[in-house]
Design a protein around this ligand. Structure first.
Ligand code: SAH
Length: 340
């Protein structure tokens, strides 16, 4: 049976038409699926009982199932491991901020990008997630917390721009289904240049974050294989183009690793690279992965200080969920290893 979780409004309307129902029933169904988070057709109380039965005979609402659920007692960060029909698992992280809940969602099962410091990419990519599977992460976060997700960051497992079509459908569901405005959605990319340019052409109001992690091409290509395909000058050119097209300032993510990219001269090179440009750098303390060769930097504050003195706008990402393997892909990776 067809899983309708992930249907757009138009899909819901078309389904109702196929069933010989008026179009407005499609709107009601759409509202139940996302805004009201119906666990089943049975719960859709303003649909006639006969229609609910008809729906249940032809389709399912499948959000996958939560197979692990961890909560950091210190900061309330929660991590869910969700398993889909085919047995594949992804993780999603719920963070609590003063303004509300922020959800970090996965976009693929695994990742093909091969970044040396990242746990998500260790087994390669298995498949793309469907828009509904990305949205199911919002469903579960809201169902289990009883609260609304107010921000979404696509920074979980996977490279979202390698799954662009479903990403766009997901943004539409987050927007129109869950009422999460585009300005409260952030998509993070390792720097797939053609896809960034194509995305620019959509003129969305989402925030784009680019994983930079190094001030030079030489260092960047040792950390991120994607840098060999799209060298730093090309990447920065794509960022300028994105800004020109959309008017949205890009955030650069920079995970500080001891002795790799956290030295004073690295800060100076960054300042030089972005001189006279209005950029924002988000510094992240590296979350070391168990078999990784990199350790987190002890120089985060000093590095931030240097950048600021050099005229670069930067922030330090608050570290959350450190007690629950909250960095990308750590829980999925660990669960897979335990199985073996
Ligand atoms: N593929 C996308 C989005 C997923 S990763 C991207 O590369 O941007 C989200 C962010 O977490 C990226 O900036 C990524 O480089 C960073 N990241 C990955 N592993 C990390 C780790 N162990 N510690 C800190 N940040 C990490």
């Amino acid at each position: 049976m067809e899983n309708i979780f992930g249907y757009s409004l138009a899909d819901c309307q078309a389904l109702m038409q196929r069933l010989g129902e008026p179009k407005f029933r499609g709107g009601q169904l759409f509202q139940w699926l996302y805004e009201k988070g119906a666990p089943s057709f049975e719960a859709c109380s303003n649909l006639p009982a006969k229609l609910r039965q008809k729906l249940a005979e032809t389709a399912v609402i499948d959000h996958g199932e939560v197979v692990r659920h961890q909560r950091d007692p210190e900061d309330g960060t929660e991590k869910l491991l969700i398993r889909f029909q085919d047995g594949e698992c992804i993780e999603t992280v719920l963070m609590r901020y003063r303004y509300g809940l922020s959800l970090c969602v996965s976009s693929q099962v695994g990742c093909a990008m091969g970044c040396a410091f990242c746990a998500s990419t260790k087994g390669g990519v298995i498949r793309n997630l469907k828009a509904g599977e990305i949205a199911s992460q919002i469903y579960w976060a809201q169902a289990l917390s009883g609260e609304r997700v107010s921000r979404v960051v696509v920074m979980g497992i996977g490279e979202p721009l390698a799954n662009g079509e479903e990403l766009l459908k997901f943004i539409d569901l987050a927007n129109h289904g869950y009422g999460i405005g585009q300005r409260r959605i952030t998509v993070s990319t390792c720097g797939l240049v053609p896809q960034m340019k194509a995305l620019a052409g959509r003129h969305l109001e989402i925030n784009l974050a680019v994983s930079l992690h190094a001030p030079t091409q030489r260092v960047r290509e040792t950390l991120m294989p994607v840098a060999r395909r799209y060298p730093l000058p090309e990447l920065l050119e794509a960022c300028r183009y994105y800004f020109e097209e959309t008017g949205r300032r890009i955030t650069f993510e920079y995970a500080l690793m001891a002795g790799v990219n956290d030295r004073p001269e690295d800060a100076e090179t960054l300042i030089e690279l972005f001189r006279h440009q209005n950029v924002h750098i988000n510094l992240i303390r590296l979350n070391p992965i168990s078999e990784g060769a990199f350790s987190g930097s002890e120089q985060v504050e000093a590095f931030a200080d240097r950048l600021q003195k050099g005229g670069i706008n930067c922030t330090i990402r608050r570290r959350m969920g450190k007690n629950i393997d909250a960095a990308c892909g750590q829980l999925r990776h660990k669960t897979q290893q335990e199985k073996r």
